[in-house]
Design a protein around this ligand. Structure first.
Ligand SMILES: [Zn+2]
Ligand SMILES: [Zn+2]
Length: 134
């Protein structure tokens, strides 16, 4: 049994079943909706995925692929939580960062690299701090 939720805790989800492959997505929509360089989403089976508290807000738009995507996020704190592909109701793509146990996430590939920004890759020699830079 896997679980997860948003930053404020209003929305909580559970998932029972096999955790599918995770994928990095560099498309412009994912960059916008995450507010970051790319999105990491985890494919799960809709039948095992349940919202156990809260009611995410939904936003549907046409993705760069030409297919509709419904993005679900917490209406209190705004955390992106998962997307529903209307053409594939048997699937849910859960945002990797919403998992309580991030170790359950296993990236298998990256998509839309033609839209990737330069800063999507963290240079190995960038000054690094174990905690926040003080
Ligand atoms: Zn929230
Ligand atoms: Zn994307």
């Amino acid at each position: 049994m896997h679980s997860g939720g948003c930053l404020c805790g209003a929305v909580r989800w559970t998932y029972e079943g096999e955790v599918g492959a995770a994928a990095y997505c560099h498309c412009a929509d994912c960059r916008r909706c995450t507010g970051s360089a790319f999105n990491v989403s985890v494919r799960v089976a809709a039948g095992g995925f349940r919202i156990v508290s809260g009611e995410p807000k939904r936003f549907t738009s046409t993705a760069e692929s030409g297919r509709p995507v419904t993005r679900c996020f917490c209406q209190e704190c705004g955390s992106p939580l998962y997307t529903l592909p209307p053409l594939h109701p048997e699937l849910v793509f859960v945002k990797a960062g919403s998992f309580d146990d991030p170790a359950a996430v296993r990236p298998a590939h990256q998509a839309w690299t033609r839209s990737a920004v330069r800063w999507a890759k963290i240079p190995g020699d960038l000054p690094s701090f174990e905690k926040g830079r003080s």
